[in-house]
Design a protein around this ligand. Structure first.
Ligand SMILES: [Zn+2]
Length: 342
């Protein structure tokens, strides 16, 4: 029998302090090749052990081999010049210095496939692998070549599809696309964002996820959240079309956020990764708080479709806090699982 409420994390987990500066986005590596490759693999093993030890069911690499969830993937592509930098507004929210698209984009060779094979060798648990979504990729670049957000996103979708097929062949069970941009550019999401995502998953037989969150707990994001009012209804704009899409699972922020959970009714029938752990706070949730979020979600998500998860990646959190939050997630899911089977 399939386990009810299988737990997972949305993405990144903290890196060991010997590999990269803790609690820092885009943290530079502390090792040089060839020690760096070995160090990344060791960190992946440690991150996996943390997940297994805390009872997480669907495990990941904790994004130990990448510096950033978008940039690292783009670094491996042709057509993007990392020396030519421009300042652009990311997510319509904060300025960042980003690389420039100077020519046709393409993938020279698989980006994460060796890492995924390595993870696959370490565990028999189901594994999930995160990739950036096409719209979030274009939002982290200055485009001096296509001069069309839609066209560039479409080109990235084709590249992501190649990578996703290779990851599937490497034994990845669930492929996730991170699309925080879906919470910002609603018209584009509905016009072509979801279509690009469907292009990225074309021909896959494994499960697919789109992760839509309100971001890491960095200041630009927490300041933005303060402007959103008491009810966060962003999901309402994109859920109807996502419900109709081929994406299997939708990963969302729920705990401690102002998202009215009744919006989940709009994606009834889809599997939902329910964020029951706040990644913008160092306060460790109690198992009962996790259980409470899951119980509320169960009003709108059928039990067999509910996947307890974190709101977003926990990469920027102190390590011991992230591990404690994994424990809380497992314990909270266990409470509800018991109630469901009673
Ligand atoms: Zn996220």
């Amino acid at each position: 029998m399939k386990k009810l409420l299988p737990t997972s994390t949305a993405g990144s987990l903290p890196k060991p302090s010997w590999l990269a500066e803790p609690e820092t986005l885009w943290s530079p590596w502390k090792l040089q090749e060839p020690a760096l490759t070995e160090g990344k693999q060791d960190a992946l093993r440690v991150s996996l052990q943390d997940q297994l030890h805390t009872g997480i069911d669907i495990v990941s690499d904790g994004e130990q081999t990448r510096q950033h969830f978008v940039t690292t993937f783009i670094e491996h592509l042709n057509g993007v010049d990392f020396e030519q930098r421009k300042t652009v507004k990311i997510r319509d929210r904060y300025d960042a210095s980003v690389p420039t698209v100077v020519g046709a984009v393409s993938r020279q060779k698989p980006v994460f496939v060796e890492d995924a094979k390595f993870l696959r060798q370490q565990t028999k648990q189901p594994i999930k692998w995160a990739l950036p979504g096409p719209m979030t990729m274009i939002d982290t670049l200055y485009d001096d070549h296509y001069q069309s957000r839609e066209q560039l996103a479409w080109e990235f979708a084709k590249i992501l599809n190649q990578e996703a097929k290779d990851l599937e062949a490497a034994g990845v069970d669930i492929i996730q696309f991170d699309e925080p941009s879906f919470n910002v550019f609603f018209d584009e999401v509905n016009d072509w964002g979801i279509a690009c995502l469907e292009r990225a998953i074309e021909g896959l037989t494994c499960q697919t996820v789109v992760h839509i969150c309100y971001g890491y707990g960095i200041k630009a994001n927490t300041d933005w959240k303060k402007t959103l009012g008491t009810e966060w209804r962003q999901y309402e704009e994109v859920f109807p079309k996502l419900q109709q899409s081929n994406i299997d699972i939708i990963s969302l922020e729920c705990h401690n956020s102002h998202v009215p959970l009744e919006l989940l009714e709009l994606i009834r029938g889809k599997k939902v990764m329910v964020g029951a752990i706040d990644v913008a706070s160092n306060t460790i949730e109690t198992p009962e708080e996790v259980a409470d979020t899951l119980r509320k979600a169960l009003h709108f998500v059928d039990a067999e479709n509910l996947y307890p998860c974190t709101n977003c990646g926990m990469g920027p959190l102190p390590r011991e806090i992230a591990t404690a939050k994994l424990h809380a997630l497992t314990a909270g899911a266990a409470i509800v699982r018991k109630e469901l089977s009673a």
